[in-house]
Design a protein around this ligand. Sequence first.
Ligand SMILES: NC(=O)c1ccc[n+]([C@@H]2O[C@H](COP(=O)([O-])OP(=O)(O)OC[C@H]3O[C@@H](n4cnc5c(N)ncnc54)[C@H](O)[C@@H]3O)[C@@H](O)[C@H]2O)c1
Length: 271
Amino acid sequence: MDVPGFALVTGAASGIGRACANTFARDGAAGVALFDLNLESLLEVKAEIEEKGYASNGKACRIVVHQVDVSNEDQVNQSVKAVVEAFGRLDYVANAAGVAMKHEGGAAFAHLSDWQRILDINLTGSLIILKAASQIMLKQEPILSSIDQRPVQRGSIVLFGSIQSVAGIPLSTAYAASKAGVLGLTRSASEDYAKDGLRINAVCPGYTETPLTTKNPGVFKAMQERVTTAVPMMRVGKPQEIADGVVYLAGGRSSFVTGTALMVDGGYTER
Ligand SMILES: NC(=O)c1ccc[n+]([C@@H]2O[C@H](COP(=O)([O-])OP(=O)(O)OC[C@H]3O[C@@H](n4cnc5c(N)ncnc54)[C@H](O)[C@@H]3O)[C@@H](O)[C@H]2O)c1
């Protein structure tokens, strides 16, 4: 998928982030930094990737892990600095860390503490990661495509929206607002740096089978029923199907794409 160089994946301990981390390594990254709150699971993902023996130019793909809260700017800055010291540069970011919740009774009864927590992680966390990464990327030379050696980009950042960035789902006040905000951030920041060779895009997953959606069996069952009528492809997605979209947006094959939102949703948002 044309991803030479070094990647950073947040939310890498689970679900879509974990699939993104595996996919960067599989598709030729020289190193992948894994960020998440959950250190134990991060170490499992590191071992899982290392066991597969992926290599780039004959060298094993390097995996580093950092326990990081993406809503804490000091933690993010320190860890991004450590990653760049270890790798020498940072070419791709996939910011998959995120949280979801339903507000009982809907928007009228949403607690501001819940609203703030979701906004802090999903939206402010996206800005914090984007700031830390883009300050590094803007100072580095463009990376060359592994396919035809043309300079493709100085850096590429993929933020995480959702079908809820553009469509309403009941009881999802803070989550939907945070994910709509991510698209505004993506569009504005992409304008700031398009001329400098820094690309910023968003992926918008549809209903996807991950611990976020399966941890409550009742919720997952309702989701499986809903997709049979709401999703043209009549099924939930797999983390790998989202990761393939993310790695496309990150790498050289999307070298003329910036400021966009790629819907990977089985057709949900075309209806
Ligand atoms: N699964 C879906 O159906 C779906 C649909 C649309 C969008 N998304 C988005 O995709 C992304 C990944 O979701 P997933 O389904 O893989 O979820 P998941 O719950 O499986 O994984 C999310 C990961 O983010 C980590 N995380 C949470 N808060 C964090 C913080 N403050 N700092 C660092 N890490 C933190 C968690 O520990 C977890 O490992 C999220 O942004 C989510 O909103 C998911």
